[in-house]
Design a binder for this molecule. Structure first.
Ligand SMILES: Nc1nc2c(ncn2[C@@H]2O[C@H](COP(=O)(O)OP(=O)(O)OP(=O)(O)O)[C@@H](O)[C@H]2O)c(=O)[nH]1
Ligand SMILES: [Zn+2]
Length: 366
């Protein structure tokens, strides 16, 4: 095993990853990916590493095997002095877009055509403004983003941003948000005023890696800059102010904060709220799942069944109507998405059979 420089631990390297590193390989974290190559950070600095032939073959079989930002990779030194990205260390967590099951996460044998958007994320900050376009924080959006966060395997943390805009009603709002985020740390910040940042920052200690999910204008970039203590991300004001488009700046996807900790920010992660989720829904609504276990019938649909614990909780006011509706809506979405993933697997199987048939026909011909 190579002894990594102290640099690597600031990138999130630890003994657990070290135990997975093949003998003689050089560890590196993927900062950005291109076609067939990745920009990685080693203890020696940034370098480009081309994918090995076995890695490319595995990726052709299943795109989940493709390196993505946040991955830890094993590099081997080629004769010409260049580095090759030989393999990926098993992922601890992953944001996967498109129907890859949890058990295949990070493995090299996903069962459908998924795409990994970010790997080895420890913390997911769900950013929701206290006030947004005249409305109060959107509880449904928080639930949806929490589902995605749980699905990834990372620890969700809800951050109510722009707390200065709601004034004296903050405590009431936080109580509402806490009710839709059982068991999830909840903080309020006013990034522009530098308030509430310390406790949010503490989730990054030990060089942990975070992503920030939230709607456009939720204050994600402002939050990251405030956490960093300097401008590491472009905010909407900057973009509007200097009139330059985003394309003019070199956009970093793995951002190391000067105060410690890392942030992954990619276009894919920015759009992740529009993608799918499934098991995450059960975790966000653990209170309803627990109620459902007490229903008289195992297959209770919580519509009109006698002895339904969910309806009883609704009746008593213990379970807010809005939350039940939100649960039903997200469940329907998750089912629809799961159905699409199944369809994709079926299409894939059909394709494989066609290939096999073709080769068999080819063989029987002279
Ligand atoms: N009042 C107040 N405004 C804030 C605060 N944080 C951010 N804003 C403002 O909200 C707007 C959006 O902030 P950004 O940080 O650019 O939002 P974003 O989530 O990164 O937006 P996208 O890049 O579009 O996804 C900017 O005009 C910020 O100045 C805050 O703590 N208080
Ligand atoms: Zn029921």
């Amino acid at each position: 095993m190579t002894t990594p420089g102290h640099d690597l631990s600031s990138l999130g390297w630890n003994e657990s990853f070290a135990a997975d590193l093949p003998a003689g390989a050089v560890p590196a974290r993927v900062a950005r990916v291109d076609r067939g190559a990745a920009e990685v950070i080693t203890s020696g600095g940034h370098l480009q590493a081309v994918y090995s032939a076995p890695l490319r073959r595995a990726a052709a079989e299943d795109p989940v095997a493709l390196p993505c930002v946040g991955d830890w990779a094993a590099l081997t030194l080629l004769a010409e002095g260049r580095y090759e990205l030989a393999s990926l260390l098993p992922r601890r967590t992953a944001f996967v877009r498109g129907g890859v099951r949890r058990d295949s996460r990070g493995g090299l044998s996903g069962d459908s055509q998924g795409q990994v958007l970010a790997a080895n994320v420890d913390v997911v900050f769900v950013a929701e403004p206290s006030v947004h376009g005249g409305d109060f924080a959107d509880l449904g959006r928080i639930e949806r983003l929490l589902a995605l966060a749980w699905e990834s395997g990372a620890q969700p943390v809800v951050v109510v941003t722009k707390a200065d805009l709601i004034g004296e009603h903050l405590a009431d709002l936080l109580a509402d948000v806490a009710a839709v985020a059982p068991g999830v740390p909840l903080h309020a910040v006013a990034s522009l005023l530098g308030e509430g940042l310390e406790v949010v920052r503490s989730h990054l200690s030990g060089s942990r890696t975070a992503v920030v999910l939230g709607a456009s204008g939720a204050g994600k970039s402002t939050l990251v800059n405030a956490l960093a203590g300097e401008a590491v991300m472009e905010t909407q004001q900057v973009r509007a102010g200097d009139g330059r488009g985003r394309h003019t700046t070199v956009h970093r996807e793995l951002i190391r904060l000067p105060v410690g900790g890392l942030i992954i920010d990619t276009p894919g992660i920015r759009r992740v709220g529009l993608y799918d989720m499934s098991q995450g829904v059960d975790m966000v609504f653990s209170d309803i799942e627990e109620l459902a276990e007490q229903c008289r019938f195992d297959d209770c649909a919580h519509e009109s069944e006698p002895g339904c614990a969910v309806l009883a909780a609704l009746e008593s006011g213990e379970l807010p109507e809005r939350r039940l509706a939100s649960w039903r809506k997200l469940q329907r979405e998750a089912q629809w998405m799961a159905g699409r993933a199944d369809a994709r697997v079926r299409a894939e199987q059909t394709r494989k059979w066609k290939v096999i048939h073709k080769s068999m026909r080819g063989r029987s011909r002279p």
